[in-house]
Design a protein around this ligand. Structure first.
Ligand code: TRP
Length: 356
């Protein structure tokens, strides 16, 4: 049996942070290491340009940042294809055909697009048409590779739903060519990393992120300034663990092995949490522990990142090779698509092309 195919990706608009890591990067590395999947990881520069058209340099820089973040967390170009969206013109061609199968009203209902339009306040010129239709381009990204599985954050559910609708509509209209993808979503806190300020989401625009490439001192500074339980004023007060970002990060990153090394009075996170709830455990002590845990987790990632920063031509080569493989795959699908629409005019045996 052939391997199931996975396609996923990110918009390159900056460096990747802990939210990306727990919400998807860590899982991608695990999926890669099962060896059970044919994996494609796309850097969606065209999608990033839909709301950054005037600042392509930011996107170009971010393509490199994101790729180095991928490599640093352990995505291995020997095992996965990492590629750049804009280098696969077939995706744009597919988008054009799919756009005819999606109504403006349907696009207007997409909750993620709605939310983004609200947040981004596009100003005088309004919402760029390319931005408005990016869910259709994302359907092209997914279907071009006939992806079975799409591991993404929860905010991407509406995109998956639209992609599935495009597939059903296409297959219904032109014949069974496209594969209906399944989304794969993070469970529990993994997909909901709050910012260091306690806001629900880690996001660049809120300035509340810990980046994978942050220096040791910056990570420490950010952790020591983290929002905790606002009612935990004195050490002896009982504290809340639920919704407390310091404990959410610990739940996402702490392993029992860290206790003997960094906090030997406790055996595991449960004991630490119980003490915090009872009262008598200060925030500074927990934050210092969290800092040690995060430095242990991020140290190797940061070190690999520094190596890749010295090897930019190699990073570009990885992207070039990955894009070549991706393009060949997308070209196959585009051929199938055009054949099923019967717009493959010049292929052989088209004697019945003209039907009056
Ligand atoms: N929309 C995704 C994001 O904002 C990026 C993306 C583009 C993507 N095309 C994709 C993700 C295809 C999964 C599959 O992060």
């Amino acid at each position: 049996m052939s391997k199931k195919r996975i396609l996923t990706g990110d918009r390159p608009t900056g460096k990747l942070h802990l939210g990306h890591y727990t919400g998807s990067l860590r899982n991608r590395v695990a999926l890669q290491n099962t060896g059970e999947y044919d994996m494609y990881i796309m850097i969606a520069d065209q999608q990033a340009l839909t709301d950054n058209a005037k600042d392509p340099q930011k996107i170009i820089n971010s393509v490199m940042e994101v790729t180095m973040d991928y490599l640093s967390v352990g995505l291995d170009p020997e095992k996965v294809n990492i590629f750049i969206q804009s280098q696969i013109p077939e995706l744009t061609e597919l988008t054009t055909y799919y756009l005819n199968l999606v109504s403006v009203a349907r696009l207007q209902r997409n909750p993620t697009v709605k939310e983004e339009i609200k947040q981004k306040s596009f100003g005088g010129e309004g919402v760029p048409a390319g931005f408005f239709v990016y869910p259709v381009s994302q359907a092209a990204d997914i279907t071009a590779f006939k992806a079975d599985l799409v591991p993404v954050g929860n905010d991407q559910k509406p995109m998956l739903e639209q992609a599935r609708e495009v597939v059903r509509s296409f297959n219904h209209t032109y014949g069974d060519v496209l594969v209906e993808p399944e989304g794969m979503y993070p469970e529990g806190i993994e997909g909901r990393m709050p910012g260091i300020d306690g806001k629900a989401k880690m996001s660049k625009s809120l300035g509340n992120c810990i980046y994978l490439s942050d220096e040791e001192a910056d990570v420490k500074k950010k952790i020591m300034s983290m929002f905790t339980d606002p009612n935990h004023l004195r050490v002896q007060d009982p504290g809340r663990v639920e919704g407390n970002p310091v404990f959410i990060y610990l739940e996402a990153f702490c392993r029992d092995e860290y206790f003997p090394e960094f906090l030997p009075e406790y055996q595991n996170l449960e004991e630490l949490e119980d003490h915090y709830r009872r009262g008598g455990l200060g925030d500074v002590k927990v934050k210092k522990f969290l800092n040690n845990v995060m430095q242990a987790e991020l140290g190797p990632i940061r070190a690999r990142r520094k190596e890749w920063e010295q090897r930019i031509p190699d990073v570009l080569d990885i992207l070039k090779e990955g894009s070549k493989v991706a393009q060949a795959k997308a070209a196959e699908t585009l051929n199938d698509v055009k054949a099923s629409m019967r717009i493959n005019y010049f292929d052989s045996d088209q004697s019945d092309m003209y039907q009056k």
